[in-house]
Design a protein around this ligand. Sequence first.
Ligand SMILES: *Cc1c(COP(=O)(O)O)cnc(C)c1O
Length: 435
Amino acid sequence: MTDSRRHIPRTDALLNDPRLSPLIELMGRGRVKGAVQAAQRRAREGEISPADVPDEVVRSLPGGPREVINATGVLLHTNLGRAPLSAPALDAIRGAAGTTDVEFDLETGRRARRGRAALAALARAVPDAEAVHLVNNNAAALVLAATTLAQGREIVISRGELVEIGDGFRLPDLLASTGARLREVGTTNRTSVADYAAAIGPATGFVLKVHPSNYRIEGFAATPPVGELTGLGVPLVADIGSGLLTPEPLLPDEPDAATWLRAGADLVTASGDKLLGGPQCGLLLGRAEVVERLRRHPLARALRVDKLTLAAVEATLTHAANPAREALAADPAVVRRRAGDLARRLAEAGVKAEAVDTEAAVGGGGAPGVGLPSAAVAVTEDLAGPLRTGDPAVVGRVEGGRCLLDLRAVAPHRDDDLFDAVLAAAVAIGVAACG
Ligand SMILES: *Cc1c(COP(=O)(O)O)cnc(C)c1O
């Protein structure tokens, strides 16, 4: 015992152990060091052998994605995985997890079009599209379009639509990485049809229209609507971003695939995990000849979606309801009532809490500047940290010295879990008067 204790690896040696040092960058030094010290303690107490300390550290660090209750008031939070999947989508994923007929026709016993049920559901949802295709995300859809239609050629795009999507990724760089050249036209605030027309020539691959989904240019600003960019003699590719398939009355300024196709876009690209409310994927909808060229390009094979995504897309498209849509359509009066109930229950349990009116946002690249009336439970800012590290984790937003737990993006059936989480966090830091 005394002997083995002497062989417990030292902290600095463990932090430099090649099995553990990569974890420091991923999880933070503090967290790994805490796990190291806990494992050393267990070894000192004889619960594990000193040789097992590194393995114990790896085991004790949290693995896998952890469940988060999204109380940020941002409906589609990219850092929190954007759209939560619907129950039918989850069932579909479970059903598709084993061996399936994803690429096989059970009638004939022959190979079949991969993901044909999901593609058929998408085609049904947007009859204006002659053909549809699915890839890994909207960025992949744009890369496939640029590679197929504009490699070694030019993509004509307005200077007002050179978008940075997030985490330092910029659409212009993404497009240029395919070997296409960007031909920027107009200015940041104003671009005219004549600007596009003047730039079009034999080198043009296509005109790209991008919906500025995470910013707005206001004031002296104008860009031509999609319908005015169709007569230029080159394909028009349009990135709607948020994935609305048809107009959404709650978001009148948000473009949708059907409207832009009808206006004359040859190809529309969108994300599957934003306002559509499905899994991460990229939608490609448009003229049959264009979609077929993309689908047949060798790169398409590297961007294809997996069987679980195909199953979830189909289920999302065939069921109108999903958590993202429900959060978007939530009645503000109901959200306010939920906040009032929660605040009252927390106060009764000895936690200082108050219901307040708030403004939620679509987020995730959708409807910038659109405020959705919402309500939150306001608790002390000191609870923000313990809530984040609780189980389930709760992420709110800290504002004016308070932590606001906005309920619009929280499914109503999670209100009890939220109550339990706040109470547990308050007890943990000793701010619950009783309980
Ligand atoms: C979100 C967004 C993208 C990126 O989509 P991913 O599905 O995350 O790849 C591209 N363009 C626009 C306009 C967007 O809003």
